[in-house]
Design a protein around this ligand. Structure first.
Ligand code: PEP
Length: 248
């Protein structure tokens, strides 16, 4: 069975106080057995988080990485640096990076490969815009994003990634995909993977992201192809994020 994974993407938010609050709450947390919970704060908080979370089940993630291992790339951070600070997961292809920083599929792939090379688990984010959904192109767009990556990976690498389906129109808007809408796309992603390998499709972990909160999480997470959530806004409130983890 696939272990549920709940990941909180703080984006460019958070504070030392929030790290401390997570550390305290999750130190005495009664989480469901066999669940992975990941907190993804901005880079400067990683070291403090590593210490504050040492007595908790929380794992650490990063929001991006540079494809190079080191060198003249001012302002960038490499996978090996993240690894040194206890990071286990890294987001690649988040729609904010694709849209605001013009990251192409090729750049997303390079980052994902660098993550795998350094032993980090990449969480590949994919999703359609509202315009694309309204034009009936959701599945085409999502499978093109997934396919670009999968076609370039070796079979064993395909097993080492997590995919987050995040409809762009649902991110930070308060407008969540219905459980049926999310399930439909995620079943499509899994069926597409079955074209590569049926056992890969069974094992592949799929997260839903887009205005997931403490009220709608249980219903989304109950869908057969939704193995967890990538949570933005609601991961900035300790109690809300804790409640989401409990519904997994
Ligand atoms: C995200 O940033 O990945 C996200 C899903 O954000 P939100 O939950 O705020 O929509």
């Amino acid at each position: 069975m696939r272990t549920p994974l709940i990941a909180g993407n703080w984006k460019m938010n958070g504070s030392a106080a929030l790290i401390e609050s997570f550390g305290k709450t999750f130190a005495s947390a009664a989480l469901p057995a066999n669940i992975d919970v990941v907190v993804i704060p901005p880079f400067p908080y990683l070291d403090a988080a590593r210490h504050a979370f040492s007595n908790t089940p929380l794992q650490l993630g990063a929001q991006t990485l540079n494809p190079h291992h080191s060198g003249a790339h001012t302002g960038e951070v490499s996978g090996s640096m993240l690894k040194e600070f206890g990071v286990a997961y890294v987001l690649v292809g988040h729609s904010e990076r694709r849209q605001l920083y013009r990251e192409s599929d090729e750049q997303v792939f390079d980052r994902l490969l660098a993550a795998l090379d350094t032993g980090l688990t990449p969480i590949l984010c994919v999703g359609e815009t509202l315009e694309e959904r309204d034009a009936g192109r959701t599945m085409d767009v999502v499978l093109r994003q997934v396919g670009y990556i999968m076609a370039r990976l070796a079979p064993e690498q395909r097993l080492q990634i997590v995919i987050a389906y995040e409809p762009v129109w649902a991110i930070g808007t308060g407008r969540t995909a219905t459980p049926e809408q999310a399930q439909e796309v995620m079943a499509g992603i899994r069926a597409y993977q079955a074209g590569f390998d049926a056992s890969l499709a069974e094992q592949l972990k799929l997260l839903y992201g887009g205005s997931m909160n403490a009220s709608n999480a249980a219903e989304l997470l109950a869908q057969p192809d939704i193995d967890g959530g990538l949570v933005g806004g609601a991961s900035l409130k300790t109690d809300d994020f804790y409640a989401i983890c409990q519904s997994a």
